[in-house]
Design a protein around this ligand. Sequence first.
Ligand SMILES: Nc1ncnc2c1ncn2[C@@H]1O[C@H](COP(=O)(O)OP(=O)(O)O)[C@@H](O)[C@H]1O
Ligand SMILES: [Mg+2]
Length: 299
Amino acid sequence: MKFQSQFIKNIQFTFQKEGEAWLKRLPELIAYCENKWSLRIGDPFQLSYNYVAPATRVDGTELVVKLSIPGEGFHDELAALRLFAGKGMVSVIAADEERGILLLEKLTPGKMLADMDDETTATQIAANVLEDLHRAAPERTRIPTTRTREANLQRQLREHPDGKGPITREQMEKACDIFERLHKTSEQQFLLHGDFHHYNVLATGENEWRAIDPKGLIGEREYDVIQFLLNKLPETETLPVIRDRIGIFAGKLHLNRERLVLWGYCHSVLATSWTVDSDGNYDKRFYQAVTSIEQLLDN
Ligand SMILES: Nc1ncnc2c1ncn2[C@@H]1O[C@H](COP(=O)(O)OP(=O)(O)O)[C@@H](O)[C@H]1O
Ligand SMILES: [Mg+2]
């Protein structure tokens, strides 16, 4: 069995020995799924860190299998999928928690929101999906809160006291300060997607859209919009696009614009820091978003 080369690189780089062992076991795990749920599994989708492929059950039902290294991330994703229970989100049909496997409803036609050219329509669709998704946080859950994101940035600042990639120490400190200020004045907590962007929203049925691939996060709704602001940006003139997106989300979801921009600064700094690799490469669009949002903070 031959896997996509970028997928292999990602798994080896991120999960090292554990990743190697998992890649070796993958053919066996795929066969296990076919057997356990009477499936025929097809060629995978474009892969990054998980093995995701369409499958047909013996009764003809079209499904999707998603195999992950069964760590914290997998368990948070499953917990989030169960809490969303199909509203605004793909439904879980079955799971094998020990082996890190999800059997999901297949969204058909499954076109990604990323393939929609019209910027305004795409953002309106995204806002509708978030309206379906967001609900009050459950009282007890394993899903992490946005405080873990703050802690992650604080740790990165300790590990990179001179800044990381294009992000200066001052920018990291400023984002940490804002994180702290926002958490001290935190308002109502919601169940959030945690990785909401154009590539994790798919078309289903006649004219419906649903999210996939939640990381699961507890926090203010404004936080969940930020990852969407960073994706699919033009090379230049990013500020007007970001401003228009904020207008659409804030209007539709009745969000607090000031807090949204402040969370925007924190998360765009954090998300950019995650893209910095050992050679100093990073996502330039994400960094452009940092500087755009900085301008919004000053106004
Ligand atoms: N339920 C589904 N229905 C149809 N296509 C899906 C479904 N789940 C995932 N996909 C396809 O597989 C791709 C990767 O799935 P995703 O859960 O986003 O994995 P990753 O965590 O690797 O981003 C998606 O971009 C989409 O094209
Ligand atoms: Mg995804």
